[in-house]
Design a protein around this ligand. Sequence first.
Ligand SMILES: Cc1cc2nc3c(=O)[nH]c(=O)nc-3n(C[C@H](O)[C@H](O)[C@H](O)COP(=O)(O)OP(=O)(O)OC[C@H]3O[C@@H](n4cnc5c(N)ncnc54)[C@H](O)[C@@H]3O)c2cc1C
Length: 383
Amino acid sequence: MTSRTTLAAALGLLARGSGVLLIAFGLAGCVPDAKLKIPLNDIPAVLDDGWPVATPASQGLDAAKLKESYDLYKGMTQEIGKDFEYRVTGSLVTIETEEELEQRKKLVDFFEKQGLEIMLLNKGETLKLEPLVNPNILGSTFCPYEGEINPFKLVYYTLMRAGEYGTQIHLPVKIEGIDCQNGRIKGVFTNKGRLRTECIVNASGSGGEAIAKMVGLKIPLKMQKGQILVTEPIPPIITRQVHHLKKLKMPKGELPVPESTEIVQKANGNLFLGGTREDLPFYETKNTLQGIHTVARKAIHLIPSIKEVQIIRSFAGVRHIPVDSYPVLGESKRVKGFFNAILHAAVMMTPIVGQVISDLIIKGRSKLPIGEFSIERFQEEAV
Ligand SMILES: Cc1cc2nc3c(=O)[nH]c(=O)nc-3n(C[C@H](O)[C@H](O)[C@H](O)COP(=O)(O)OP(=O)(O)OC[C@H]3O[C@@H](n4cnc5c(N)ncnc54)[C@H](O)[C@@H]3O)c2cc1C
C-alpha cells in the first residue's frame, strides 16, 4: 500500500504543478460540506455477477475490494494522522425464512470463491454473538470486515491534510459552466471568476449529472432516499452491525433492496436505525411520518428490546445511483481531462476510488480494471 492513498492527498501532490480541479465536497472527493448527512452503516456489498447484497452501485468491483477498502482505511488513519473513528465491527445479517437461507448459502459460496470470508451461522451461534436479536430466526451470515467511519471527520481531516500538501480550496464557490474546447478541458467558470485547469474530477455525488452535462456528457442517476432514526445513548446492546435483508438477488440496474433494516450502536451509545429506500423523482431530504414509522417498526422487529428506547433525532439522505447501478469511474474518452468518481456506497469505496483516480491522473493507469465503469456507456454514439 502506498502512503498516499487518498484522492485529496494525491491532488495535494499535483496541486503544485498540474492544477487538477476537484468538484466537490463529499466523500468521493474527500472535501467537507456542511450539508453532508451520511448514516454510516449499510450493508456489506461488493459483489458482481448479480449478487449485490444491498449496494449494487458497487457491482463490478469484486468482493475482495471490500476487505481491501477497509485495509486502506487503516492506512488512511495513519496518513491523515487523525482519528476519523474508523472501527471494524463486523456485520451480521439475520435470516428469517428458508428462502433467505438458500440465498445466503449461495452468497457465502460466491464470496468464498472471491476469497472473502463470510460465515453462515445457525440460530444458536447468532444469538451467542448478539443475544438481543429477535430469536425468531433461522440464523445469520457474518462478515468480519464490515466497519464504520465518521464521514464528517474523514472529509474534514482529509481536506486539512490536502491543504498542507498545497491544495487550494475554493469555498464556497458556484460552478456555472465548464470551458471545454475541442474535446479538452480548459477551465471552469464560477461565480467568482474563471479557474484554469486541464483536469477536472467530477466527484459531486447527486450533482454529478449536472456537472457532466456542462461538458455535453450524460450520467443518468437514480435517487433513493434513506430515512434514519437516532436514539438516546443507551448501554451497549450490540457489538456488531445488525441487519436484515428481505431480498438479496438483484439484476443489474435494479435499485437496492426496498426492504432492509440496519442497526448500529455508536461508541457513545446512540443507536442509528435505518433505513428506508424510497425512489425519488428529484433530490429531497424530508423525513416523513410514514418513513419514521417504517424504520421504527422494522428496527423493533430486529431487536425487540429497543421498543422503549427514546428517539432523539431523525434525518434523511439521498443515495445517488447510476441507472445501471455500476460506478462511473475514470476519464472520459470524449472529453480529455474530465474524470468521474460517481457511485453509490462511497463510504465503503472511498479508499479504492481515491486510489483509482489518483493512479489514473498520476500514472495514467489504474491497477483496477475500470473499463465497464466508463462514462462512455451512457453516451448515444460509440466513440
Ligand atoms: C441512508 C443512506 C445510507 C447509506 N449507507 C451507506 C453505507 O452503509 N455504506 C456506504 O458505502 N454508503 C452508504 N451510503 C451511500 C453513501 O452515503 C454515498 O455513496 C456517499 O455519501 C457518496 O459520496 P459522494 O462524495 O459521491 O457524494 P456526496 O456525499 O453526496 O457529496 C457530493 C458533494 O458534492 C456537492 N455538490 C453537488 N453538486 C455540486 C456542484 N455543482 N458544485 C459544487 N458542489 C456540488 C454536494 O453538496 C456534496 O457535498 C448511504 C447513503 C444513504 C442516503
